[in-house]
Design a protein around this ligand. Sequence first.
Ligand SMILES: [Zn+2]
Ligand SMILES: [Zn+2]
Length: 89
Amino acid sequence: MKKLTLSVAALTIAMMSYGQTQCNGLTKDSVQCKNTTKNKVELCYLHNPNYVKPSKTTTVVCGGTTQKGTNCKNKTKDSSGLCHNHRND
Ligand SMILES: [Zn+2]
Ligand SMILES: [Zn+2]
């Protein structure tokens, strides 16, 4: 039974992190970067040489979703593309 419990736990963790992989880049201290990424090269925006940094001065509509499930209409200049309401997590 112990074995079963362990595999269920492992599965739960795998499902929670679905689509997210740890960055394969190395920090200045030569340890693996702790950032997670969803891109195929498995490098976060800090380590991905092809990452295009969004312009800080560009105002975009927030990419978050409201509690009603509609797109957030707030505008933001944050590089995450999320307004202050959606960045707090
Ligand atoms: Zn990284
Ligand atoms: Zn928002």
